[in-house]
Design a protein around this ligand. Structure first.
Ligand SMILES: Cc1cc2nc3c(=O)[nH]c(=O)nc-3n(C[C@H](O)[C@H](O)[C@H](O)COP(=O)(O)OP(=O)(O)OC[C@H]3O[C@@H](n4cnc5c(N)ncnc54)[C@H](O)[C@@H]3O)c2cc1C
Length: 346
């Protein structure tokens, strides 16, 4: 395959933001020289929305908050474009801080950003899983294969002569790609990246026969609850035409249940879920497992410019995503911005 300027692996919020920063920054790169490659059949990563029959459920990120000026400016544009809306100012207790939802479901934000990039001339390719990263003489060499809905591998390709690489999958997955290519990092970089661990979350997605009796705004946030830390009715949230509840299981409980099969997980969690939505009945139930929900502790910097060991560095290699800087969607956004800036600065 043809050579390329900057390749961004992952079309979650950080990858899409890095691409946007690269082509729209003052030091803008030619959009034809920037590409994003995503293993999923759609963009978004943990900005995930699922349909079950007539129901629509956000099953990854549920909402976001804004703390920094940079993110504020971007969110103001999304609000003006009608992509994002204020959902509420607290769950149970109103504390005055806006929580934002995405019109139509969280994944719509990623689609909006990706179609904007495509309109600017950036190639955003989905259904292509990177399998190995290795240094070449003229730049990075990236192996990838087509991935279908069930993750089955298809045609394999190699992208050569990539002058800069931004890697946004959760860090343990990103390191597997380097290992597969036999690419070694300096001991400093390796030990920093090896230390990044992520929480797991098991999500229950339940379609109901009538609205549940949850307090306004139709959601509960309970960080200390041992079973479900976040419970939201997607109909009350305004994204589903029928009542459909997302239950996020607490980190510790998710880790305990992780090795169990789906039937055992349902047996363990269903009684509590039923109680919470009663008298409504659950008419359909699905489980989603999130192996990498968010970092246990983020790296202090918003991105990491890594150095390879043993061979000449073929170009910048930037690690980004919510494992760097701050966690959550705002952290992913700021990390993407920093990664784009790091590439143009190098
Ligand atoms: C259950 C859950 C609840 C959450 N709740 C909230 C919340 O309420 N508020 C909030 O702010 N945040 C929340 N988060 C966290 C938030 O979703 C993340 O911080 C953010 O979406 C991370 O974005 P990212 O771009 O760093 O990573 P991701 O979204 O994970 O993007 C990385 C992308 O890389 C792709 N990829 C991986 N491997 C490869 C490969 N080999 N080849 C090509 N592509 C690859 C993935 O498919 C993915 O699309 C939640 C997350 C989960 C899972």
């Amino acid at each position: 395959m043809a050579s390329l300027g900057v390749l961004i692996i992952g079309a979650g919020l950080s990858g899409l933001t890095a691409a946007n920063r690269l082509v729209r920054g003052l030091d803008g790169v030619d959009p034809a020289q920037v590409a994003v490659i995503e293993r999923g059949l759609t963009v978004g990563g943990r900005l995930a929305t699922k349909r079950i029959g007539r129901a629509t459920l956000d099953h990854g990120a549920q909402f976001f908050t804004v703390r920094s000026d940079e993110f504020r400016r971007e969110v103001d544009e999304w609000l003006a474009a009608g992509v994002v809306e204020e959902w509420c100012r607290g769950f149970g207790e109103v504390d005055g801080y806006p929580r934002y939802r995405v019109a139509g479901g969280m994944n719509e934000l990623a689609r909006y950003l990706a179609s904007d990039l495509a309109g600017a001339g950036v190639d955003v390719a989905t259904g292509r899983r990177v399998t190995a990263i290795r240094p070449g003489d003229q730049g990075w060499r990236i192996d990838d294969e087509e991935a279908d809905r069930d993750g089955r591998a298809g045609r394999q390709q190699t992208i050569t002569d990539v002058s800069a690489l931004v890697v946004t999958p959760p860090v343990p997955l990103a390191l597997e790609l380097l290992e597969a290519g036999g690419t070694l990092l300096t001991p400093d970089c390796s030990s920093t990246l090896d230390g990044l661990a992520y929480h797991r979350v098991i999500a229950l997605l339940a379609v109901l026969d009538r609205p549940p009796d949850l307090p306004a705004p139709g959601a509960l946030q309970r960080p200390d609850d041992p079973t479900f830390t976040f419970v939201a009715d997607n109909q009350a949230k305004g994204i589903s035409p029928v009542p459909a509840v997302t239950f996020h299981t607490a980190h510790a409980r998710s880790a305990d249940l992780w090795p169990a099969d789906d039937d055992e997980i349902v047996e363990a969690l269903l009684p509590t879920a039923r109680q919470m939505v009663a008298p409504a009945e659950i008419v359909e139930l699905q489980i989603e497992r999130w192996r990498y929900t968010g970092p246990v502790r983020s790296h202090p910097d918003p991105c990491l410019v890594a150095t390879v060991a043993g061979v000449p560095q073929p170009g910048p290699l930037v690690f980004a995503g919510d494992g760097f800087g701050g966690s959550k969607l705002e952290g992913a956004y700021l990390s993407g911005l920093a990664a784009g800036a790091a590439v143009t600065a190098s």
